[in-house]
Design a protein around this ligand. Structure first.
Ligand code: C2E
Ligand code: MG
Ligand code: MG
Ligand code: MG
Length: 284
């Protein structure tokens, strides 16, 4: 019997596992080539001021043009993180988003801000603030038009270093928002001492909130929390007019989601922004 056990131990690397490892390795090699070949693109998802119906900002979301396929971040971001490739790719994202937003400013959309998602590795990079200052200088984007989206877990680890980095970033004049708020499994203590501007309610709480009382209650509690701390609050994943109405009644500041707009190719953003004022909701 023990022999059998021993044999099982030796065969832990099953054909299925081997296949997974090979696939992952292929993906890693392809990603290295993608960096060289410049196969990444950004799509931009508008964020709306609920009161005025106006688009005030856009979030940059990375995609990978892999041959005929368009791959979404869920399929490759974790590999970029584990291999450290997220550092050069993340820097490209910040530069591309800032220079694109600067171009929109030049085209007359000077009220527009852009937000960029950061992963933990990027945030722990000691040169992040220097890098961002440099990119703002290069692109000419006003610092107040750049927002960084961070997650709670990223702030929890190395909290002292994190606080220092956040303060440096804030002193450049950029804004900080907490993405996926409420899913991080963390204490709320950091809200007291970190310079945060915005909470972004995770889409799992917005989903079905017109029928799910628990979700509606959580969303409403996050809105109250944000406002009593003098923070702005965004709801992500708004998919129906009923959800938007609920957020409007609950005094949520901003909304983002498929109901307002899918993430757009950069070429389609201007057209969307010019078009939206005509379908403005309850003008005040
Ligand atoms: P996130 O920052 O929380 O972005 C929201 C995700 O929800 C996006 O998925 C967006 O396309 C999707 N979404 C937007 N509206 C709706 C909606 O109404 N319903 C539903 N069901 N989904 C909606 P995406 O683009 O696949 O990005 C997934 C995650 O990948 C992002 O979550 C972010 O954490 C990460 N990510 C994206 N771009 C970057 C990047 O440039 N750098 C880093 N480090 N992470 C990124
Ligand atoms: Mg985000
Ligand atoms: Mg989010
Ligand atoms: Mg999310």
């Amino acid at each position: 019997k023990s022999k059998e056990k021993g044999r099982n131990c030796l065969t832990w690397f099953t054909p299925v596992m081997k296949e997974h490892a090979m696939e992952r390795l292929d993906l890693e090699i392809a990603l290295r080539q993608a960096i060289q070949a410049g196969e990444f693109v950004l799509h931009y998802q508008p964020k709306m001021n609920i009161k005025t119906g106006k688009i005030y900002g856009i979030e940059a979301l990375i995609r990978w043009k892999k041959g005929p396929d368009l791959l979404y971040p869920d399929t490759f971001i974790s590999i970029l993180e584990e291999t450290g490739m997220i550092i050069p790719v993340g820097e490209w994202v910040i530069r591309e988003a800032c220079s694109q937003c600067a171009r929109w400013h030049q085209a007359g959309l000077s009220h527009l801000s852009v937000s960029v998602n950061l992963s933990a590795k990027q945030f722990q990079h000691p040169q992040l603030d220097v890098q961002i200052a440099q990119i703002l200088k290069e692109t000419g984007l006003p610092p107040s038009s750049l927002e960084l989206e961070l997650t709670e877990s990223l702030l929890m680890d190395h909290s002292e270093k994190a606080a220092r980095m956040l303060n440096n970033l804030k002193s450049l004049g950029i804004s900080i928002s907490i993405d996926d708020f409420g899913t991080g499994f963390s204490s709320l203590n950091y809200l007291k001492y970190l310079p945060i501007d915005t909470l972004k309610i995770d889409k799992t709480f917005i989903m079905n909130s017109e029928h799910d009382r628990t979700n509606a209650a959580i969303a409403s509690a996050v809105i109250s929390l944000a406002h009593s701390l003098n923070l702005k609050v965004v709801a992500e994943g708004v998919e129906t007019p009923e959800q938007l109405e609920l957020l409007h009644n609950g005094q949520c500041n901003y909304a983002q989601g498929y109901y307002i707009s899918y993430p757009l190719q950069k070429e389609d953003v201007e057209e969307f922004l010019v078009f939206i004022p005509q379908k403005e909701r309850d003008p005040e």
